[in-house]
Write a protein that binds this ligand. Structure first.
Ligand SMILES: Nc1ncnc2c1ncn2[C@@H]1O[C@H](COP(=O)(O)OP(=O)(O)OP(=O)(O)O)[C@@H](O)[C@H]1O
Length: 259
């Protein structure tokens, strides 16, 4: 909770746009007063967003997954999406993608500003509000801008590692072996005699191998390459929580390989 100078609506001046929309109150007579806010969207807009007052909030239709709103302020408009049940990982992924596209300075995309968790559960993303035109614009220009974006995209460190990975496999005969498909603490138990057992229900994809005994049988030089595969897979499936582990293995290998 952050105590700050905020703007609230007086009850008598509230105008409801749509009763089902939680942010559908237009603030017609903003009144500054000290208040304790538990609304991180409002807090961000009134601090880092450099607005001193929010003059109106209205729903934006068209989305399927999230609730979208336009926040009008004296510092311009912001586009905000919230989701009541999904955590910030989804919007972190959206912001990551938008930022990467935005930084290419090619095709027009909204600048992402802030992603976070809602105190009541769920999450939000705040980004630049874009006033749409009435048509789809020049389609050939769209194609050219997309091509520009593809060309501008910098290869990630991962691509460098892929190019240099061969060195780790020189003079090695790789023999196929049976690997557990999903070895993690949730899939390990023991029977009533204390015999360790695997309680995996389905063999979907491999995790890293958390058991040090099992891990010690892997060739040290290449072990983290296998681990990296699983971190990347989990990054893809479950979101940005796995990114830093993947990147740190990539960076370690790039240093080791002097690539
Ligand atoms: N930056 C923006 N500024 C203004 N309006 C936007 C912006 N981004 C999206 N919109 C409008 O808001 C609508 C909902 O956004 P979006 O499509 O991203 O919602 P979603 O629920 O997250 O995704 P989906 O529709 O793919 O399920 C869009 O159809 C578009 O009209």
């Amino acid at each position: 909770m952050v105590a700050q100078l905020g703007v609230i609506s007086s009850t008598s001046s509230c105008h409801l746009f749509r009763s089902s929309h939680p942010f559908s109150i237009r603030l017609q007579k903003p009144m500054a007063m000290a208040t304790v806010s538990t609304d991180p969207v409002r807090e961000w807009i009134l601090s880092e967003g450099k607005a001193s007052q929010i003059t109106g909030i209205s729903p934006v239709g068209g989305g399927c997954i999230n609730l979208a709103s336009r926040y009008n302020t004296d510092a311009g408009s912001f586009f905000v999406k919230t989701n009541r049940s999904i955590g910030p990982e989804m919007f972190e992924g959206e912001a990551l993608g938008l930022r990467a596209m935005y930084e290419t300075k090619s095709i027009r995309v909204p600048q992402p500003f802030k992603v976070g968790a809602l105190p009541t559960g769920g999450s939000y993303i705040i980004m630049e509000f874009i006033e749409f035109g009435s048509s789809r614009g020049d389609q050939s220009l769209l194609g050219r801008k997309l091509a520009e974006m593809h060309k501008a995209t910098k290869s990630e460190n991962g691509q460098r590692l892929v190019k240099n990975l061969g060195a780790l496999f020189e003079d090695v005969t790789i023999e196929p072996c049976l690997l557990h498909g999903d070895l993690w603490s949730g899939n390990i138990s023991s029977d009533k005699n204390g015999e360790p057992m695997d309680i995996m229900k389905q063999n979907s994809e491999c995790h890293g191998v958390p058991v040090s005994e099992a891990r010690s049988t892997m060739p040290i030089l290449r072990r983290d390459v296998y681990l990296l595969y699983h971190y990347l897979n989990h990054y893809n499936l479950f979101g940005s929580g796995y990114r830093s582990s993947a990147m740190s293995i990539i960076d370690d290998y790039l240093r080791m390989l002097k690539a």
